[in-house]
Design a protein around this ligand. Structure first.
Ligand code: AMP
Length: 481
């Protein structure tokens, strides 16, 4: 973290307030370099790792520049996974909260009808995966005419997942007069070609992989045969007692097997893999974020975009075959300036994968010492002792932001010809309320939602009981969602 301050960028109070409430004190290296460039309308190619604060590096200046009154979407962010798209949406919502910016996440395996509805609303930012975005383009259900900012996030992963044709097809549907920002952990010739074809005089930024990963994360490996892995895992868990950990397996079946095994042993755990329904995946992720269980057993679906506070250990139960995947997996720990431990199990036949990772990233992965019987025994009794203390649930990093916001349900919507201005007008006529207290307004067919900021939700709900909107009587309640 640098000594500088977000104020030095000349950002507006609305954006600075969100940054402060998120608890970001100083810009990270990538933010320091990228924010001024975007504010000056320069295309940027940023070589940076996950965990470096790259999402805020583009979300902060873009939120600063967006026009609230514009009805058509102004930003398109392409990312490889649903999880990352949701994370990006959340970051935009958090940073753009006081500016009332709205964002939709668009990805596959979710009903397209709901997305078509969401895309008909006034949204400023669209974050999504290439396949589904292209699907909407083909159906003519997405409006990209006013896109001024295109962000290609985790470009290397998007390309290695085979999305290159979709990405280029999407770019061809965008206005030429736009800013293009590309973020990637590695810049391959294919990515360079993409940049040369579609970017205008981009500035290259490089954030040293070492400073962003190796400095914060202690990396160890253990040589182990497959059938000895469960035993070694228990030893490591007891001797190092992670507060919170992700255990990565190569396949969904391996995840299932290990999860059931750990559950049987009595560990507080859950599982995550691509074979699960999206709703279940989201549930597990949210529960993990709240600290409701200790071990998440997962495939690489959890390797990207999963932003959970205080993960102390990442364990590669199966070493990843792809080099890039290693960096993304271990990047789940050591986030936001904290330290972490990454442990990798390697069978003698898998050594070459480990060597490739070490050589490619110039990491030093040290050989771990197998804990002694005494250490394990002593650790196990401490571990069991610790379980008696009820774990403190984690606070989401945007909890301070959310604390002051109340989402209110109003029983009138489009069918009663209600528009955002009608709701804003009625609410600002309440004594003690000014326009700055009113956040995002969302009008549906038969009802609406409005965010009330600055802790004034109760006051507004009370006052609305005696008011009508556009002559229509209404019911109000605290929104469930
Ligand atoms: P990212 O690289 O975008 O995945 O972000 C990594 C983590 O760092 C996220 O949890 C962010 O909320 C957090 N973060 C981003 N910028 C800052 C900052 N300037 N200060 C502290 N934490 C930050």
């Amino acid at each position: 973290m640098s000594e500088s301050n977000f104020r030095n960028f000349g950002l507006s109070d609305e954006i600075l307030e969100s940054i402060e409430k998120l608890g970001y004190k100083n810009p990270s290296e990538v933010q320091e370099k990228v924010i001024p460039l975007i504010l000056n309308y320069r295309d940027v190619i940023a070589k940076s790792q996950t965990g470096s604060g790259k999402t805020a590096a583009f979300a902060i200046p873009i939120c600063e520049k967006l026009e609230l009154e514009e009805n058509d979407p102004q930003v398109l962010v392409l990312s490889p996974t649903r999880e990352l798209s949701l994370q990006i949406k959340q970051d935009f919502l958090d940073i753009g909260r006081f500016k009332r910016l709205r964002c939709a996440a668009i990805f596959g395996k979710e009903p397209i009808r709901d997305q078509i509805k969401a895309l008909k609303q006034r949204i400023h930012i669209i974050a999504g995966t290439p396949g589904r975005i292209l699907d909407h383009i083909r159906r003519n259900t997405i409006n990209l005419k006013k896109i001024k900012y295109l962000v290609i996030d985790e470009a290397d992963e998007m390309l290695s997942m085979g999305f290159i044709d979709e990405v280029t097809a999407i770019i061809r549907n965008l206005p030429k007069n736009r800013l293009t920002l590309l973020f990637s952990a590695t810049i391959s010739p294919e990515i360079l070609h993409l940049c040369n074809t579609y970017m205008r005089n981009p500035v290259n930024i490089e954030i040293n992989a070492k400073s962003s990963v190796a400095d914060r994360i202690e990396q160890l490996y253990y040589e182990v045969e497959r059938d000895e892995k469960p035993d070694l895992l228990n030893k490591i868990i007891y001797s190092s007692r992670p507060e919170s950990s992700i255990i990565f397996c190569r396949t969904k079946d391996n995840v299932d097997e290990l999860y059931l095994n750990m559950k049987k042993t009595g560990f507080s755990c859950d599982e995550l893999h691509g074979g699960m329904l999206q709703v279940d995946r989201t549930k597990v992720i949210n529960s993990f974020k709240r600290g409701e269980f200790m071990f998440l057993v997962a495939t690489d679906v959890a390797a990207r975009g999963l932003d959970v506070e205080n993960i102390t250990h990442v364990i590669n139960y199966d070493i990843p075959m792809e080099k890039e995947s290693y960096v993304h997996r271990i990047g789940r720990t050591g986030r936001a300036g904290k330290n972490g431990v990454a442990i990798t199990f390697v069978s003698p036949r898998e050594y070459r994968f480990l060597q490739e990772i070490e050589e490619h990233f110039e990491f030093e992965i040290k050989r771990g010492v197998i804990p002694s019987i005494e250490e394990v025994k002593e650790g196990k009794s401490l571990f069991i002792e610790n379980l008696k203390v009820k774990p403190e649930l984690k606070k989401a990093k945007n909890s301070e932001l959310n604390q002051e916001i109340t989402k209110i349900y109003i029983s009138a919507g489009k069918k009663k010809k209600i528009r955002p201005g009608d709701i804003a007008g009625t609410i600002s006529s309440i004594e003690g309320i000014n326009p700055d207290d009113i956040g995002i307004i969302e009008i549906q067919d038969t009802f609406s939602y409005v965010d009330i900021l600055n802790g004034k939700g109760e006051m507004v709900m009370e006052a609305l009981k005696n008011k009508s909107i556009k002559g229509k009587t209404i019911r109000v309640a605290k929104a469930q969602k």
